[in-house]
Design a protein around this ligand. Structure first.
Ligand code: IMP
Length: 221
């Protein structure tokens, strides 16, 4: 009985090309449709990626730590314990060398930290303005985007990291992408992330590199 229940919770059956495939259900602890799609396209047929919505989770996941490693780990363990399903979570930050790796884990809400002029701006605009302002007197514009993924599989944790090195531009360039893309110029490229097509950015991005490592691991199970 235990085995049957465990099987139902953790496995799914797919029918593809006249074949029944038993696959592992894996919750991706996000509701970001782009991220879900990106991973679904990369994993092999024996893994079924499930979003938080699909898993029936509608709440907030705690993110209380000061590193990407600890936050992604906290998110993944939280969902693993709550749903009793294998899962993974990601956390990303932009780390500027001259700012002791800020905004880092606070990238999403950088402009809301402290009570300055940037906190009144639109969130993304404020984040970028604050970053450019904090770097305006610095000769060092080196930075990197870093993604950490924590996977919890049968109670054991594995982490995967992807990073892209580059510089922070003095002004915004391009209108594609999201977040800090307009001010990030990856090493070896003459276009900012926001000047690249999604396909080009996704083929070199921090997230893609971390996801590729996760997928390589899963596909070899
Ligand atoms: P998340 O952990 O993927 O939600 O990312 C946290 C924050 O980092 C986002 O809200 C963005 O501000 C920033 N960020 C993450 N990935 C990217 C990216 O690929 N381009 C630009 N900004 C990003």
């Amino acid at each position: 009985m235990d085995f049957a229940v465990n099987f139902l919770i953790k496995s799914a059956i797919k029918y593809k090309k006249n074949k029944l495939i038993i696959c592992m259900k894996l919750v991706f602890a996000t509701n970001n449709a782009n991220k879900i799609e990106e991973v679904k396209n990369l994993v092999s047929d024996n893994i079924q990626i499930i979003s938080l919505n699909e898993a029936g989770f509608m709440g907030e996941i705690p993110e209380e730590f000061e590193t990407l490693e600890k936050n992604s780990s906290q998110k993944a363990w939280y969902i693993y314990h709550l749903l009793g399903m294998n899962c993974f979570a990601d956390d990303t930050g932009l780390e500027a060398e001259a700012l002791n790796n800020a905004p880092g884990v606070y990238s999403a809400r950088y402009s809301r930290i402290g009570n300055d002029t940037f906190s009144n701006l639109d969130l993304v605009e404020g984040n970028i303005c604050k970053l450019l302002d904090n770097l305006k007197n610095s000769g060092n514009r080196r930075a990197k985007f870093r993604t950490v993924i924590s996977l919890i599989l049968e109670g054991k944790e594995y982490q995967f990291e992807g990073e892209v090195l580059g510089i922070i531009l003095k002004e915004k360039r391009g209108n594609k992408g999201f977040g800090y893309d307009p001010v990030f110029l990856p090493d070896g490229y003459s276009k900012s992330f926001a000047e690249m097509d999604l396909k080009e950015k996704n083929s070199i991005s921090h997230r893609y590199l971390a996801i590729s490592k996760l997928v390589g691991f899963l596909n070899n199970l």
